[in-house]
Design a protein around this ligand. Structure first.
Ligand SMILES: NC(=O)c1ccc[n+]([C@@H]2O[C@H](COP(=O)([O-])OP(=O)(O)OC[C@H]3O[C@@H](n4cnc5c(N)ncnc54)[C@H](O)[C@@H]3O)[C@@H](O)[C@H]2O)c1
Length: 394
């Protein structure tokens, strides 16, 4: 299934990323977001996304889709066959938004929710057509990070899971359909564990936010980006692999090292501590500058991973294919005046070469054993002198 008309409900950090991914894949998108500055914010995200895609898509891009702002949810979703909901993470807001979407959208439009943690079953409880609704959980920046956790609800039909897989794959994403419906899915379960532990480590004065980030980005973060957790640990087990790794480090889980079961009290003191240290670490850059730094680095990482072997590795393999597909969908360039003249000159030169070859062939046929007078003259000509070594060096 290809998208005919896409609608984005919510145009914040995540909605903006969806809008950019869709538009840069050539799809028109109708957006509804009640925020008075929604258009400016989406424009800013689009600007950064265009910049990243220009760097990344060296073989060209499809003609960019048109982004239109609607005055209501009803206007945005009318006639849409693909709708992505990215409103704030509050169940009451999600329920109200879904009711408004259903009231105006075609009954068979695919609806994906960007929620970070709610189950599709809970969000769809009042829906008339819950079979076409599922969680499609992306990561920021949506226009560059390919992963999409597809989490169907109890009433989502297989047909719509497959349709979702097709639609999101067609815009360059890597879909993982999650087997069991749980809150926060897989990615955010892992992130929450790390985030909780990180807050304790800073709160307890073990390290600063910058030191913690350095331990990740100069260390295991580099491994995670290419091999994830299990493949990395398989290697860490040495030649005996995963079984040895588990035997060696498994018992440590019972000691335990972490504070994963406790939640640090989320008071002003903790927020001040983290926010002040974060300012010390990063306030020399604006958020938009940090986004551009992040995007440049992501593209470099993809390109590095794409160079592994003949196919590329992990996200690099997907990247290679995505760039190729974007290029194949790029409008064919019309030859400009200069290239038309060059083409005509090329044709004329080819015609002359053809005539000369035909003439030579005819002459050879007529006198196969004799060298022509012209050929003899050329043979006698002194060879063109090579420039002196000194002159060459200069
Ligand atoms: N920020 C992340 O890293 C991240 C990652 C993955 C998923 N998500 C999920 O994506 C969703 C959106 O999060 P976000 O980070 O973009 O939040 P955000 O606050 O940046 O954006 C939410 C947008 O929704 C708009 N909005 C509010 N009410 C609306 C309504 N009734 N109709 C349409 N738009 C409305 C707001 O004006 C705002 O622009 C949430 O469900 C969140 O959990 C966030």
């Amino acid at each position: 299934m290809t998208i005919t008309k896409a609608a984005a409900i919510g145009g914040g950090v995540i909605g903006g990323g969806w809008i950019a991914r869709l538009a840069l894949n050539g799809h028109d998108v109708t957006v509804f977001d009640p925020h008075p500055e929604a258009k400016r914010k989406v424009d800013e995200v689009m600007k950064n996304a265009r910049r990243a895609y220009k760097r990344m898509a060296k073989k060209g891009l499809p003609k960019e889709g048109k982004v239109t702002f609607a005055k209501s949810i009803a206007e945005a979703v009318s006639g849409a066959d693909f709708i992505q909901e990215s409103v704030p993470e509050r169940l009451d807001v999600k329920l109200k938004t879904l009711a408004e979407i259903e009231a105006a959208a075609p009954a068979d439009a695919l609806i994906g929710s960007s929620t970070s943690g709610f189950k599709a079953t809970d969000m769809a409880k009042d829906m008339k057509h819950p079979e076409r609704f599922l969680v499609a959980h992306p990561f920021n920046p949506v226009y560059l990070l390919p992963i999409n956790e597809i989490v169907p609800g109890e009433k989502t039909s297989k047909k719509f899971v497959e349709r979702a897989r097709e639609v999101y794959t067609a815009i360059g994403m890597k879909c993982v359909v999650i087997n069991k419906e749980i809150d926060a899915f897989v990615g955010n379960r892992l992130l929450e564990a790390a985030w909780r532990e990180a807050l304790w480590l800073v709160k307890d004065g073990v390290c600063t936010v910058e030191e913690l980030d350095d331990i990740m980005r100069y260390g295991f973060g580099l491994r995670w980006a290419q091999m994830g957790m299990f493949q990395t640990y398989r290697i860490a087990g040495g030649e005996a692999g995963m079984r040895h790794f588990m035997a060696q480090f498994g018992p440590a889980l019972a000691w335990p090292w972490t504070k994963l079961m406790d939640v640090p009290e989320f008071n002003d003191e903790l927020v001040d501590l983290i926010a002040t240290q974060s300012d010390d670490q990063s306030s020399k850059w604006s958020i938009r500058e940090l986004e551009r730094i992040r995007d440049d680095n992501l593209v470099s990482i993809y390109e590095g991973l794409a160079r592994h072997g003949s196919k590329g590795w992990g996200a690099g393999e997907l990247h290679k294919d995505y760039v190729k597909r974007l290029g194949a969908a790029a409008p064919k360039k019309k030859p400009g005046v200069v290239s038309r003249v060059a083409k005509a000159a090329g044709k004329a030169a080819k015609a002359v070469r053809g005539a000369v070859t035909r003439g030579k062939k005819a002459a050879t046929k007529a006198a196969p054993a004799k060298k022509s007078a012209k050929a003899k003259t050329v043979a006698k000509k002194p060879a063109v002198k090579k420039p002196a070594a000194k002159a060459k060096r200069r």
